[in-house]
Unconditional design. Structure first.
Length: 218
């Protein structure tokens, strides 16, 4: 297969498996999505979705959030991990949104990445899922699969994002990054990986990855 044929096969397979791509994190607007994505760092969507109804039941906007202390926020979000850093970030960014953006979440990378505890990946998710601006957030699943499929050298997530944006059509980015995440979770996980169920890696995968898998299975 040529590189373009591999890209086309990947897109078609993902469309067949995941024609719909619901956003995994429960939210109702850009602010609640921003907070949910921040909370998801080194945690699971399932875990975050257990916590956000409690947090948003008390404060689902920056004006109510800053009425809470950092310690109160930390106590609520403690189960998702990294609560000291995340609670400070949530309180700090909420205050900035009020002071600088009239309580609204901005829709530029520069503004989002200037907020406390908001990195490039979080900003990309918000751009994509809250504002429908083409973005390609790279999480661990996408980074792993892009390498397994031979679409990037696996050096770092920055390179993986560049390669993904170069290979895949821009109008597909927002849907495709979710499809790859769903695929990774179901068919190509980091652990307990079964190549027989992973049709994309079977078909287009990096030869060294498949060789290592088969060697480790012996």
């Amino acid at each position: 297969m040529t590189k373009q044929e591999k890209v086309d096969f990947t897109i078609q397979t993902l469309n067949d498996l995941f024609p719909e791509t619901p956003i995994p994190l429960e939210h109702k607007d850009p602010y609640t999505l921003l907070i949910a994505v921040l909370l998801s760092a080194q945690s699971t969507d399932k875990g975050v979705n257990k916590i956000t109804p409690i947090l948003f039941g008390i404060a689902d906007n920056p004006h109510d959030m800053v009425k809470l202390t950092v310690e109160e926020i930390r106590e609520i979000i403690r189960p998702v991990g990294l609560s000291p850093m995340k609670s400070k970030g949530i309180h700090g960014l909420s205050k900035i949104l009020i002071d600088k953006y009239d309580g609204k979440v901005p829709s530029t990378y520069e503004a989002l990445e200037s907020l406390p505890a908001v990195g490039h990946k979080t900003a990309s998710v918000v751009m994509s899922q809250a504002f429908n601006i083409p973005a390609f957030p790279v999480d661990t699943h996408i980074h792993r699969l892009m390498y397994r499929w031979g679409f990037t050298n696996g050096k770092n997530v920055v390179q993986t994002e560049k390669d993904a944006k170069r290979l895949f059509p821009k109008d597909l980015w927002n849907k495709l990054h979710l499809q790859i995440i769903f695929y990774g979770r179901l068919y190509s996980p980091a652990r307990a990986w079964n190549l027989e169920k992973d049709i994309i890696t079977q078909t287009i995968g990096r030869k060294t990855v498949i060789k290592d898998y088969l060697k480790n299975k012996k």
